[in-house]
Design a protein around this ligand. Structure first.
Ligand SMILES: Cc1cc2nc3c(=O)[nH]c(=O)nc-3n(C[C@H](O)[C@H](O)[C@H](O)COP(=O)(O)OP(=O)(O)OC[C@H]3O[C@@H](n4cnc5c(N)ncnc54)[C@H](O)[C@@H]3O)c2cc1C
Length: 387
């Protein structure tokens, strides 16, 4: 049975699709061209309760699982939008829900559920250490009832459109821990407060209309109570968020993949050259069929990752593999879609070049394909560590 239209999430899909229909291609194109932020779209998602999907009902959310959250993100991308503007809230939420104290949950979750607060940002990547996360240089030193943060981050997204950020910093020097993944901690940072108290944000203009920034911390003081969970265990906690992030982004790529295959299938059925639809040529059919097969396969892995995540099982391998397969499949679908639209694929009014750029990002972020291959080689196949 094909997964693309046969699942049990029809109600969620219909409702998200209906909302997305109010924001047609022209809307997302204009936001992209103006390098703006889709405020109205994200507001509508928030008011409809979709951005609070993962918040338990006791805190004012809908108490849904990652599976349902992934369907929401998939539908946004499938409708021509870009979940990159708001997916941070979904994957950051679980870090707070799973590892935050009861006090922190009470303090933040109801206000996030109501839309009063946004938790869209996560600060992990650093300019000098990149994917080698445990080597990060940003430090948080406890002084009385405060932590003092110094260092630098790069590519930290949605800072201008978020109230809160989850920040990963080293609390115990690398030289004093047994394992390099120890001694890292995560904190909730109040962005507005931080911006007038030692944190500077410098936007990075980039290939996609993705609001992302360099961050500089110069003696930023945050209350000690903003530590999430136990000091020194932040790397373990952040992995929960990263697995959710990878799975959700896999779903977004799947949404993109279906968007590309729908568009190109329709176009090649109608476009007539040499006296027949170009879609009658197998040279045109096969790359589209191949991309579709790969999207369907990625979809199965995505649901496996979601199921494991929601059941509290280890899902690192499945989350990584789903992201790898989905990003590759959406990229192949994007290539076929662009190719078979001929010159028109390059015209902005077709939205293909925009979606092409947007989906290309996921070969690199939030984790590059090479690093996923390395993870599977080492952690699943048991091959020797290469780094
Ligand atoms: C638009 C955008 C938004 C982002 N948003 C966020 C965010 O909100 N928060 C955040 O923390 N980060 C964010 N990132 C950062 C993103 O997660 C990183 O760019 C990504 O993980 C790659 O890290 P890097 O850029 O430092 O590349 P590097 O680590 O320098 O790697 C560069 C290339 O070398 C390859 N490579 C490196 N080491 C190896 C190896 N051992 N074997 C084989 N290949 C290797 C990688 O595969 C990669 O292709 C964002 C990035 C972008 C572009």
């Amino acid at each position: 049975m094909l997964t693309q239209s046969n699942d049990q999430f029809g109600d969620i899909r219909d409702a998200v699709r209906a909302l997305c229909e109010q924001f047609p291609d022209e809307y997302h194109r204009k936001v992209d061209q103006e390098r703006g932020y889709p405020d109205d779209f994200v507001d509508a998602l928030t008011k409809a309760g979709w951005m609070a999907a993962l918040i338990p009902e006791a805190y004012g959310g809908s108490g849904l699982g990652l599976t349902e959250a992934s369907v929401i993100m998939e539908e946004i991308n499938r409708a021509g939008g870009n979940s990159g503007a708001c997916h941070g809230q979904m994957y950051n939420m679980n870090t707070l829900v799973r590892h935050g104290s009861e006090e922190q949950r009470q303090k933040y979750l109801p206000r996030i559920a109501s839309g009063e607060l946004r938790l869209q940002s996560m600060g992990v990547t650093e300019p000098t250490t990149g994917t080698d996360t445990t080597q990060l240089k940003t430090t948080a030193v406890k002084k009385g009832d405060r932590y003092v943060i110094n260092g630098q981050k790069v590519w930290i997204s949605r800072v201008q459109h978020s109230d809160l950020m989850i920040l990963l910093a080293r609390t115990t020097p690398l030289s004093k821990v047994k394992k390099k993944s120890e001694g890292l901690s995560i904190f909730i940072v109040d962005i507005k407060d931080a911006l007038s108290n030692g944190m500077t944000a410098r936007p990075i203009l980039n290939m996609v209309n993705h609001e992302t920034n360099e961050l500089f911390f110069d003696d930023l003081e945050i209350p000690a109570e903003n530590l999430i969970g136990e000091e020194g265990k932040g790397f373990k906690y952040i992995l929960t968020g990263l697995n959710a992030e990878r799975t959700l982004i896999a779903a977004e790529c799947i949404g993109d993949g279906y968007w590309f295959t729908d568009r190109v299938t329709q176009y090649v059925s109608e476009r007539t050259v040499f006296g027949r639809p170009i879609g009658q040529n197998q040279g045109v059919q096969f790359p589209i069929a191949e991309a579709f097969i790969e999207i369907e396969a990625a979809n199965l892995m995505r649901y496996d990752a979601c199921r494991r995540y929601d059941a509290g099982e280890d899902c690192g391998a499945q989350a990584n593999m789903a992201k790898y397969l989905a990003a590759k499949a959406s990229w192949e679908a994007a290539n076929a879609c662009l190719q078979f639209h001929g010159g028109f694929g390059f015209a902005c009014e077709y939205d293909i070049e925009r979606k092409f750029r947007e989906t290309r990002l996921y070969q690199v972020a939030p984790i590059s394909t090479n690093l996923i291959l390395s993870y599977v080689a080492e952690h699943v196949l048991g091959l020797p560590r290469s780094f």
